[in-house]
Design a protein around this ligand. Structure first.
Ligand SMILES: NC(=O)c1ccc[n+]([C@@H]2O[C@H](COP(=O)([O-])OP(=O)(O)OC[C@H]3O[C@@H](n4cnc5c(N)ncnc54)[C@H](OP(=O)(O)O)[C@@H]3O)[C@@H](O)[C@H]2O)c1
Length: 247
């Protein structure tokens, strides 16, 4: 039986992935800060789900995830999913603490956890699936720090493949557009109406769409590495170039 470690399993894409992997016969280690949500998921998924409440900003906590023993000691797949975006704002109008939290979570925590788990992933010839975003590639106003963290995740994924050449470990960057999760609620500071308005009439992707894709990536045969995968709802497109005219 294979084991997957999914960060950010308390909501959205991570929770849907925990369900998808568990239903496909994987053992699932799920992390996140909200212990109550992890307990609910354990009740739903049973003994093959191990809930571990760890904050991505706690390096020691992340490193402890690499020291599990017994039946949970092996890891065949790491899904670096936990992440968030600061409120949409120009950099000069952004609150530093919110930016710092995003960088610490999306970048620093992701690197720390990956580094700590690599010996186990090399031993299992496992795979690493990182949640980047279309924001890594396509700039939009008010999202500089978020987009830059996701560009880091994309490039980290591609370059890590070179470090891991010959080990059999596979690395994938998943780059979704709009998926309806708690992402916008978190970004908007809990404004449910604003979140609902963003998705209204768009038919956004669902967490299950992404979970199915992630499970598919993890289930490819060992000789096949999906380097990067970009997905969007059919109703989402790219913004055009912007200009600003002189008065
Ligand atoms: N939804 C989209 O449109 C979209 C598009 C592109 C990429 N993505 C990426 O997909 C990933 C999952 O997002 P989602 O849409 O599923 O959002 P979500 O519903 O808000 O879920 C985010 C998850 O990240 C966890 N998390 C956030 N900060 C954390 C921290 N400091 N420590 C531990 N866990 C933390 C949350 O758990 P706790 O709050 O319980 O800690 C939660 O489980 C993110 O990396 C996001 O950037 C999302």
């Amino acid at each position: 039986m294979k084991t997957v470690l999914i960060t950010g399993a308390t909501a959205g894409i991570g929770a849907a992935s925990a369900r998808a992997f568990a239903h496909a016969g994987w053992r699932v280690i799920g992390t996140g800060r909200r212990a109550d949500r992890l307990r609910d998921l354990q009740e739903e998924l049973g003994a093959y789900f191990l809930p571990l409440s760890v904050d991505m900003q706690d390096r020691a906590g992340l490193e402890s995830l690499a020291k599990l023993e017994g039946e949970w000691s092996g890891v065949d797949c790491l899904i670096n999913n936990a992440g968030l975006a600061p409120p949409m704002a120009d950099l000069q109008d952004s609150e530093w603490d919110k930016l710092q939290t995003v960088i610490d979570t999306n970048v620093t925590g992701l690197v720390a956890l990956t580094r700590a788990l690599l010996p186990k992933l090399i031993a299992s010839q496992g795979s690493i699936i990182n949640l980047s975003s279309v924001a890594a590639t396509y700039p939009y106003k008010g999202g500089a720090v978020y987009g830059a963290t996701k560009a880091f995740v994309r490039q980290f994924s591609l370059m890590l493949r070179n470090d891991l050449a010959g080990t059999g470990v596979r690395v994938t960057s998943i780059e979704p557009g709009m998926a309806e999760t708690e992402f916008t609620l978190v970004r908007n500071g809990g404004d449910q109406a604003a979140s609902d308005a963003l998705y209204d009439g768009i038919d956004p992707m669902t967490p299950e769409d992404l979970a199915e894709t992630i499970l598919w990536v993890a289930s490819r045969p060992p000789h096949l590495n999906i380097n990067a995968l970009e997905l969007m709802p059919t109703r989402q497109n790219w913004a055009g170039f912007a200009t600003n005219r002189k008065a």
